[in-house]
Design a protein around this ligand. Structure first.
Ligand SMILES: [Zn+2]
Length: 286
């Protein structure tokens, strides 16, 4: 069972506008048109059995509508292989009722994006959301570290994540992008060994530019080299690492090939590619 724990789709009617906006901001190449249809085609081509879609609410007014769509998507997952988390915004008025609604619908977690949401991760508004998720048994996947579309904007630093973790009761946290995008070493030093999960998305090798000439050097496209990537996995633990591609911002087939070429044991590979995700999502691993 191979599960991609970090993907994005948009409703068909707005997918092309959303992808255009995001690729203009990140100057990177999208590998699908952002629709569920192309995600499923990509999964089939790559040999990926299931994908988890991570929606982000960029304002509090979107939350319920985005969650309605996530619930519909999640209900069809047995047929489509496409699961969904829900969303929450730190300024949403009554997060507990909305989070309880998605938990009742069978959704297993939410995605938070402090950079897109413009709020520090250790702000009381996020802590309130984390506490509710802990009580309801919802996981929280956080965009950790910098964001390619917002250079220099820090709202989810390792120190903020540690601070938040200490301020709230038990909650399962998953740090996207190997613990903290472009602050990998600091993430490992600050957060490894605390029972946090990481996902592997958008962190190995090089980014693929969209051809607008923004990236002038190979160095500006470089992410983690293989040895640093493997060291990061071992710092957080292969039993706490989840395979993710950030599709459409990563090509699922290419990411899987790159991952399989890493010097990991078979056991580590199996855990990261699907075993850990099955446990978190309550799926049977075959
Ligand atoms: Zn992402």
């Amino acid at each position: 069972m191979i599960i991609d724990f970090h993907t994005h789709t948009f409703p068909d009617a707005i997918a092309s506008a959303a992808i255009n906006r995001l690729q203009a901001a990140s100057h990177t190449h999208p590998f699908t048109d952002g629709t569920v249809g192309q995600l499923r085609a990509s999964m089939q081509k790559a040999g990926i059995d299931a994908s988890l879609v991570l929606p982000v609410a960029t304002n509090p007014r979107q939350v319920e509508k985005v969650n309605d769509a996530s619930i519909r998507m999640h209900e069809q997952a047995a047929d489509t292989g496409v699961f969904s988390f829900g969303c929450m915004h730190p300024d949403f008025e009554n997060p507990k009722a909305e989070l309880a609604r998605i938990a009742r619908a069978g959704i297993k977690g939410i995605k938070l994006h402090p950079v897109y949401q413009g709020v520090d991760f250790d702000d009381p508004r996020f802590l309130r959301v984390l506490a509710c998720c802990g009580e309801l048994g919802l996981m929280v996947l956080i965009h950790a570290g910098l964001d390619v579309g917002f250079p220099n904007l820090v709202h989810a630093s390792p120190a903020m994540i540690l601070h938040a973790l200490r301020a709230v009761g038990p909650v399962t946290l998953i740090l996207a992008h190997m613990g903290g995008w472009r602050c990998w070493q600091e993430a490992a030093e600050t957060l490894a060994g605390q029972g946090l999960y990481i996902d592997t998305s958008f962190s190995l090798g090089s980014m693929v530019p969209n051809g607008d000439g923004y990236y002038q050097t190979e160095e500006s496209l470089q992410l983690l080299w293989e040895d640093a990537f493997v060291a990061q996995i071992r710092a957080f633990g292969a039993d706490h690492t989840l395979f993710g591609t950030d599709c459409p911002w990563g090509d699922q087939a290419a990411c899987l090939r790159q991952f399989l070429a890493l010097p990991l044991t078979k056991e580590e590979q199996r855990a990261i590619l699907g075993g850990n995700a099955c446990k978190l999502l309550g799926l049977k691993s075959e």
